[in-house]
Design a protein around this ligand. Sequence first.
Ligand code: PRP
Ligand code: URA
Length: 212
Amino acid sequence: MQNKYPNFLLVDHPLVKKDITILRDETTKPDTFREAVKRISTVLAVNISSDFLLSTFKVKTPLEQTKGFSLKQEIVLVPVLRAGLGMVSGFLAIIPDAKVGHIGLERNEKTLKPAEYYNKTPRNIDSSEVILLDPMLATGGSASSAISFLKKRGAKKIVFACLVAAPEGIKKLSADHPEIKIFSAALDRKLNNRGYILPGLGDAGDRTFGTL
Ligand code: PRP
Ligand code: URA
């Protein structure tokens, strides 16, 4: 998969594997589910931010002057409502000054096509590093239309972060937006006939917010 889809990056780490198992377990309660989503999101944030550009400046320690670093570009997190909201606090844990935009998309359970119901993004999105957050990459319809929307708003540097990806979604996103890197904490087998990821974790929004 890594070679077939060069833009797909699996964040493979023992702690992530342990937390993905907590998410998969059908007996996990929403509070425990949210905590695991937060921890995995922080690991994703560490990986995604590893090639962020830096500016240098002079900083004075109590002893002498030395070189300091700051992020060159602003960071904008864009969770896809609802389930993407669960990933925000994990990213903010290590990128506390990131701005947060929102896109509201709901997948029609019959057609599996996403419908947009809300959006709000910061003004300087065109000069920022944008990280789109959605735990599930299933058919890829939601992520693809969210990326098209961000591009229309002027975003030039976008990466997509998810918790569980299906091959079908990776293929669609790679075809629609070949330059976008996809970071995922798990790569699953396939979709079932209702567009759910197998083995997956069920409906991420319902499991996050206890609306099952
Ligand atoms: C889920 C998930 C994604 C989408 C993925 O959202 O959070 O946004 O499905 O499916 P796709 O790749 O086939 O488009 P859902 O529409 O269930 O909304 P919710 O987060 O409000 O529950
Ligand atoms: N959305 C979810 O929340 N879960 C899936 O398995 C597929 C789409």
